[in-house]
Design a protein around this ligand. Sequence first.
Ligand code: NDP
Length: 392
Amino acid sequence: MKRVSVLGATGSVGCSTLDLVGRDPDAYRVVALTGGANVALLAEQARRHRAEIAVTAHEAALPELRDRLAGTGIATAAGAEALCDAARRPADWIMSAIVGAAGLPPGLAALEQGTTLALANKESLVAAGPLLMDTARRHGATILPVDSEHSAIFQALVGEDLGAVERIVITASGGAFRDWPLDRLAAATPQEAANHPNWDMGQRITIDSASLFNKALELIETKEFFGVAPRQVEALVHPESLVHALVGFRDGALMAHVGPHDMRHAIGYALNWPERRALPVERLDLAAIGQLTFRTPDEDRYPALRLARRVMEQGGLSGAVFNAAKEAALDAFIAGRIGFLDMARVVETVLDAMARDIDAHRPEKAVIALDTVRQADHLARERAGAAMAALP
Ligand code: NDP
């Protein structure tokens, strides 16, 4: 039996993971499940999958979690350190699906036990890519990408030599505002941004898809995970969201991964890897789909892409700063405190303001310690607060 833990079990990716695990109860034993505020769902999942332990990120929610699991024999815990302890519990496969930089410490803790980490939490690669990859190497752990684009690239590279790769293209639906006139974007609301044309995902990633901050994170993630040069990574708007990524080789071949908008494909691939087993996802009827379209993204509409390129070139701490400033700006947008277009302004202001801190941590390949990443994250959130207060 494969021992499985799911960090961020109550979220969109976490629920899809447990959907797959639950379809084959004889194949899996669930070790740890973690969640945040949704204690009712966490307790229900822990009961249904007979987890060893359920952990909430919020200490104040522990009494409720205990009450809900009373008499089941399932252990409970709460808080940031308890999340890392959950990730340290021996398991063969751990899903990292906490949203945001909060996913980094538990992800590192999981890697330290030399396990297989299925990585949906792109923010940890953006904030601390070299640290994450180095931790995996030192502990003999495996990281499998779960972001659909990165799973697609990974699949296109099976049996290939990375040295033969010329370029990697990741696709973007263009998000909720793809076809909006530019002058309407300033007034776009969080509710409008959270309405993705193709994918059903958590609120934060859906809004990040509308601004293309999600694609910006994924460009950086591609560079960090596959170790390619920034100039080899590009994004292409593909409204149908069926081609997830393409890998271009030096002989001119372009290998595309085509699949339905269903995260259970990428999650299932990582769950079954290195085998390919049947998955309960739609089979595409290409004749019915008829056509697939692509276009170059407009950087006036999506300044996040320009900022991603800057971060890829700068390396070092710039990813941690970029991600933290983006998270702070997104919080403020969701709370109605800043406008949709202000998010990119705030992130750029913070990157400018912290240029010296970022420069102090060159060269790019150096592994930066978790404490330094955390300090940069903290400072970037403070600077983002100041930048937002100064907005007109
Ligand atoms: P959701 O918002 O749906 O879920 C996030 C999960 O993280 C929930 O379990 C949530 O708990 C938990 N959580 C939130 N804040 C904290 C915290 N501070 N500490 C610990 N746990 C916390 O996110 P998604 O499932 O959409 O995304 C998860 C990750 O996967 C993200 O990094 C995202 O970018 C990535 N991803 C998601 C895809 C998708 O299709 N959704 C596709 C590709 C990548 P609770 O809900 O109980 O508060």
